[in-house]
Ligand binder design. Structure first.
Ligand code: C2E
Ligand code: MG
Ligand code: MG
Ligand code: MG
Length: 297
């Protein structure tokens, strides 16, 4: 990238700004194409009960089918979609696909009562959300108590009557509210006091430093996680750890009394077909084992 400082009458040229504009236009085009050609889908990542090793739920993560060589990260797509107002349309597709997928998974043994965690941006947290969600759950015959609504500090910052009404309606309807990326916001702890929260999702950055090669960093991470866990559980919240990538992190989190966890160690987010395949394989192994053990008796 060339740089001129604008002195001596040289025109200031900002290649980085040009790149940003180009990236933005490309993402906008990808979103519009994705909506037109139905290229948005939802991948599912299992959330594990760290005590029993069973699947407690699934987080629905938006995926746009795009050419590998020019694929944009979901978080960038979501950001641009929020800025251009297209997040509403994407959210509709995401909701529909997630409900479809959960319905398919629920036919499997042990999955019928798992929860589905859905991510929502501030703009999606609108007054029509509870009724739209209710209609969708009716259509796919899913109990509202299986739904977890994941929000970040960005949603809570609005802190207006409308937002409170939507939260209260969702809760009254039986959905649970999860605070995502907990611990990274400006006033994470105060949200536990001001809002009705059911689940606290400890941000991946805390999980990452649990396996640091510096003992002091590891020790401090353990203390932070323990503190968050104690406060959250005393307030009646379930605690979920994100970004578990290795055994060391998993064992530490279990020892620290964290309820649930998700991460590449257990499974990356998978397409519905991949997830069905994985779960069917698992239940076959289980059935074979139990068949073998009944033979022995
Ligand atoms: P998030 O809700 O905090 O989701 C967790 C992110 O961590 C996901 O990234 C997931 O793929 C990734 N992840 C899972 N396990 C691991 C691990 O072991 N290690 C690491 N390093 N990462 C892991 P993803 O899918 O790229 O999504 C990024 C963010 O985009 C999400 O963060 C969420 O804020 C947003 N997002 C995703 N789907 C939706 C959606 O449907 N609607 C809205 N509004 N936001 C969404
Ligand atoms: Mg999330
Ligand atoms: Mg998160
Ligand atoms: Mg996040």
């Amino acid at each position: 990238a060339r740089k001129h400082d604008g002195k001596n009458g040289v025109l200031v040229y900002h290649p980085s700004l040009m790149d940003a504009v180009r990236e933005r236009l490309e993402i906008e085009a990808a979103i519009e194409r994705g909506l037109r050609e139905d290229l948005f889908d939802v991948y599912l990542q299992p959330i594990i009960d760290l005590g029993t090793g069973r699947i407690a739920g699934f987080e629905a993560l938006m995926r746009l089918d795009q050419p590998e060589e020019s694929a944009f990260a979901s978080s960038r797509i979501i950001e641009i979609a929020e800025e251009t107002g297209l997040i509403g349309k994407i959210g509709e597709r995401v909701l529909e696909k997630a409900a479809q997928h959960l319905k398919r998974l629920s036919a499997l043994d042990g999955i019928e009562s798992t929860y589905l965690a859905l991510n929502f941006s501030p703009l999606q947290f609108e007054p029509s959300l509870p009724t739209r969600l209710a209609a969708l759950l009716l259509k796919y015959e899913i109990a509202s108590t299986r739904i977890v609504i994941e929000i970040t500090e960005a949603v809570l910052l609005a802190d207006n009557a409308e937002m409170h009404t939507v939260m209260a309606q969702l809760s009254a309807f039986g959905c649970r509210i999860a605070l995502d990326d907990f611990g990274t916001g400006y006033s994470s702890l105060s949200y536990l006091n001001r809002f009705q929260v059911d689940i606290v999702k400890i941000d991946q950055s805390f999980t990452r430093t649990l396996a640091s090669d510096q003992p002091e960093v590891r020790r401090k991470s353990r203390m932070l996680i323990k503190g968050i866990r104690t406060i959250s559980q005393q307030m009646g919240c379930t605690v979920v750890a994100e970004g578990i990538e290795n055994n060391e992190q998993w064992l530490s989190l279990r020892r620290l009394g964290i309820d649930h966890g998700q991460g590449y160690l257990f499974s990356a987010p998978l397409s519905i077909d991949e997830m069905m395949g994985m779960l069917e394989e698992k239940s076959e192994v289980k059935n074979q084992n139990s068949a073998r053990s009944t033979e022995r008796h």
